[in-house]
Write a protein that binds this ligand. Structure first.
Ligand SMILES: NC(=O)c1ccc[n+]([C@@H]2O[C@H](COP(=O)([O-])OP(=O)(O)OC[C@H]3O[C@@H](n4cnc5c(N)ncnc54)[C@H](O)[C@@H]3O)[C@@H](O)[C@H]2O)c1
Length: 326
């Protein structure tokens, strides 16, 4: 297929592009490089430096590429920033999302995989979280992703757009070519590995008195390549018009605590990782784990990485290859 990847110069989008190329697809990456890296885009892909808000240019580029489907990864995605700068999030995620959907309609592209987030669930009443559980986001980031999901539902009925939305928590790990390069970095695994590499003095544990076995928060981590394969898999079955699906992507187990991550990183790297303790952060639930049963059952998604150690190890290897380890 001929597939456009928005945000394909970013962390997950660069790996989605890698997987699409491995599977023989032709890829057009659309990215304004506000957060992405030009050198993360596979050389086999066509690259257009473009902002999704520029709808008429997006239509022209999709038409010129004779695009069959879009995988939409571009977004602003910092939860904390979304609370202090909601205008940016509604513009980057909702207004740009709408511009993309309308550009697709104008260009006659009727299939979309949308990178949503498990933040749409807010503070869930039960774990693991399933797709039909209530969606009550507690921050603008989750709310903007949910708004796009709502658009997809109405666009399916009115215009025949077919879509799959994928909801997940923490992408982690790296391939041989691409890994996490966020600035600022807010994700636990790269921060822990920066501490192991001597690039930061220590790692802070926010709260060790949660009702979990070791007192620290439990979260879901999915290897970036497994996530990328799920995005490609989710393209299948969208050929008929008006399909609107939602799938969670989770690690498939009970999740991992902050202490599990730090202890595993110590084992994998053989390095000291100094810790600081701090009080709980407001709005941090004790446990957030998503059930992946639906996508396993319906699309046969089988993650290759089911343990934390190989996930962390892949991220560490990637830092070493980039000479970022002292
Ligand atoms: N990283 C995670 O753990 C995680 C978890 C759940 C969901 N997600 C979602 O996955 C997607 C990718 O996340 P990521 O971590 O790779 O993010 P990222 O910041 O590394 O990549 C996003 C890319 O989108 C581009 N972009 C942003 N706004 C744009 C615009 N208006 N026009 C064109 N390009 C634009 C950026 O330049 C960047 O390359 C996001 O939609 C995010 O919400 C990520």
């Amino acid at each position: 297929m001929r597939i456009a990847v928005t945000g394909g110069a970013g962390y997950i989008g660069s790996v989605v592009t890698e997987v699409l190329i491995q599977e023989g697809h032709e890829v057009l990456v659309l990215d304004n490089l506000v957060k992405g890296h030009r050198d993360a885009v596979a050389p086999e892909a066509i690259f257009a430096e473009i902002d999704l808000l520029d709808g008429s240019s997006i239509t022209a580029v999709l038409r010129g590429f004779r695009c069959d489907a879009v995988i939409h990864m571009a977004a602003a995605s910092l939860v904390g920033e979304s609370v202090t700068a909601p205008a940016k999030y509604y513009r980057q995620n909702v207004v740009a999302g709408l511009a993309l959907l309308d550009a697709m309609r104008d260009a006659g592209v009727a299939q979309l995989v949308f990178s949503s987030t498990a933040a749409v669930y807010g503070e869930p009443a039960k774990q693991p979280i399933e797709e039909d559980d209530p969606t009550t986001p507690t921050n603008p980031y989750g709310d903007t992703k949910l708004a796009v999901e709502h658009m997809l539902r109405w666009y399916a009925g009115a215009y025949g757009l077919s879509s799959s939305s994928l909801r997940y928590f923490n992408a982690a790990g790296a391939t041989a070519l691409n890994g996490e390069r966020h600035d600022p970095e807010t994700h636990l695994i790269p921060l822990v590995l920066d501490a192991a590499a001597g690039r930061r003095p220590d790692i802070t544990i926010f709260g060790d008195d949660y009702p979990t076995p070791d007192g620290t928060c439990i979260r879901d981590y999915v290897h970036v390549e497994d996530l990328a394969r799920a995005h490609v898999l989710a393209l299948g079955g969208l050929a008929a018009p008006g399909i609107c699906r939602v799938y969670n992507l989770g690690c498939g187990g009970l999740g991992y605590s902050v202490r599990d991550v730090i202890d595993t990183a110590r084992r994998v790297t053989g390095r000291e990782i100094p810790i600081q303790r701090a009080p709980r952060r407001p709005g941090d639930p004790a446990r957030l784990v998503a059930s992946s049963e639906r996508i396993r059952r319906e699309l046969g998604w089988t993650p290759q990485y089911s343990e934390l150690a190989p996930i962390i190890s892949s991220a560490w290897e990637w830092l070493r290859r980039r000479h970022l380890v002292d």
